[in-house]
Design a binder for this molecule. Structure first.
Ligand code: FMN
Length: 174
């Protein structure tokens, strides 16, 4: 195992962080002019069940940073494995609403079709996170369906395969 100081080797730091596998989300909101905005993000995390809180981190350098830190409400879409097109579409600064099916939801929020789960959030706090901010959201409505997630690890996308032989899930316990 190679050891390094993140401050002097940011490449190695990035690469070590990238070994942590995540799901992929698209966060949507309305900008100050009321136009739909969306961004692909894997910094999403659950925070609290009671009250229901989640977080994600927009990069300060992003052209969409202000839109997302100022939006009073936003939607988090957890992508399914067959939603690579949505993931790619919202990496682009001009957004991808012309490329994927979506509809207008509560409070005018743009909602993408076909995701695995959806969290409608009110901005609870925006915290300092270095070259990112940490947006804490309070979930007022959530939805889910069965399906397979899109995963991201080491700069690559893939799917999930349960390792039932090594670690039986909770429902397999006697
Ligand atoms: C898998 C994946 C995860 C990403 N996660 C984040 C994230 O959590 N926060 C973020 O600000 N940008 C994230 N990005 C980059 C944004 O989607 C976007 O491309 C980048 O911020 C450029 O933004 P801009 O065009 O608005 O300047 C991610 C990109 C990919 C492909």
């Amino acid at each position: 195992m190679d050891h390094f100081a993140p401050e002097s080797d940011s490449r190695a730091f990035r690469s070590a962080l990238g070994s942590y596998a995540t799901g992929v989300t698209v966060i949507t909101a309305l900008d100050a002019e009321g136009r739909p905005s969306g961004i692909t993000a894997n910094s999403f995390a659950s925070v609290s069940l009671d009250p229901p809180l989640i977080l994600w981190s927009p990069k300060r350098a992003s052209r969409r940073f202000q839109t997302f830190t100022e939006a009073p409400v936003f939607a988090v879409h957890v992508l399914a494995r067959d939603q690579q097109a949505a993931c790619d579409a919202f990496v682009r600064p001009e957004g991808g609403f012309d490329l994927v099916p979506w509809r207008e939801g509560p409070e005018g929020l743009p909602l993408l079709d076909g995701c695995l789960s959806l969290f409608l959030c009110r901005r609870e706090a925006v915290l300092d996170g270095g070259d990112h901010a940490i947006i804490l959201g309070r979930v007022w409505e959530a939805a889910r369906r069965d399906g397979h997630p899109l995963l991201f690890q080491g700069g690559k996308y893939g799917g999930f395969r349960a390792n039932n032989e090594l670690h039986p899930g909770p429902e397999a316990e006697p």
